[in-house]
Design a protein around this ligand. Sequence first.
Ligand code: PEP
Ligand code: MN
Length: 491
Amino acid sequence: MDDHVPNKGISNGISHSDWSPSSWRIKPIKQPVNYEDQALVDKATAKLRRLPPIVTPTEIWKLRRALAEVAQGKAFLLQGGDCAELFDYCNDQAIDSKVKLLLQMSLVLIWGGNKPVVRIARMAGQYAKPRSSPMETVGGKQMPSFRGDILNGYPSDQRAIDPDRLVQAYFHSAATLNYLRAQLASGIADLHNPMEWELGHVGDPELQQKYTKIVESISESLRFMRTVGADTAGQLETVDLFTSHEGLLLEYEEALTRKLKHPSNRNVPPTPKPAPKVSPLTGGALIDPSIPQDPETTGHYNTSAHFLWVGDRTRQPDHAHIEYFRGIENPIGIKVGPTTTPADLTQLLDIVDPRRETGKVTLITRYGESKVAELLPQHIAAVRRTGHTVVWQCDPMHGNTRSTTSGIKTRSFAAIFSELAAALRIHRECGSILGGVHLELTGDAVTECTGGSQGLQDEDLGARYETFCDPRLNEKQALELAFLVAGSQRG
Ligand code: PEP
Ligand code: MN
């Protein structure tokens, strides 16, 4: 999967000008797609270009401002959802259960951190998956790898790349977000309604008591707010929920990138500390942050989701994905792993955030529980030297994947919490801020990760192992992780 598409004779050098939604096409690319019939791809992207935006610049800037708060430690970011979202998950039960879980987790985290929580679902578009090999073996049979519903299907007879899926992705994304918006407007997040917390699975009586206390404390606070009339603006009736996906399939992202008018209130707070004029690691000149925000009235927005991230496999500074990402106004994430060097990080930030806008970039760290203590402090120090103010988000899932003796891909709850707890502690020790968490989870009672209060063992994974890519926390494990994080936040 690491083949480069030939560079068509144009320099690999990083230029800060000459960006367009299609300028990624002249760069080498990781995870390329070899479509058999280019005419069908052109037809699909032409259709996508005519379709209306799924999200708007006003919403995108609302999230940008919220992430600026996160970067400064004034809010906490919760991002979660499936590893690979299937078109099939576009149904009311699957959407409702995920929204309810994210909402409950966010209440626990508000209680823990005593600050607002920004919620981003990995949903309504998380259809493209990077793969380490073009082929995989399923049920003893070799076949082309499943690359996500936007390219091919999981069943063995649907593994051929089908360009029409690009258009299907748009409609599934739009239908999911339409239902999400309708449910939020109809009161799915109405905090006046008592919630079902279902803590019966927690076998340990001490833990059960601890969690019950947290829930009681949250319910008590909500009751109090109601009694004193603190909800005059109807703020308890709904919440903001933003959408996100990995910006992997650039044909799709390009077709939904539009030049649109900026909303009038797009300012984010300036970066609080003075920044050096020259990047200490790359030696490259940086744009002076005292220069006022771009006076242009329009900018390029990726209208397929509020937030997009670049994966660990596609974040090379001189390659296609970073070229695409540097030109959009959306807040963006970059996965940071064991192979990211401090110099890479500095260079990447200078490319995608030349104006050093607070919270424009979220660094999503995913080292693994055994590597976080060694690598995170180096990365924190490198970023501090650059003068960029980022959101630091911990993804404790992707560095902790293991195989059971029978070859099932899983993750242990203990390893996940261990990396997360270490990230919290290390940021604190370094005088930095852990701004949020990035989780793979589902609202259903699956058995894909081991551990947690249900005590799932390797042998139990077969009961409901339903993921089509990485193992997800089930609803109980995800909520429990929120309880543990909240406990650590309270000290
Ligand atoms: C993912 O988030 O599903 C993923 C593939 O992560 P990473 O790029 O960190 O490996
Ligand atoms: Mn994953």
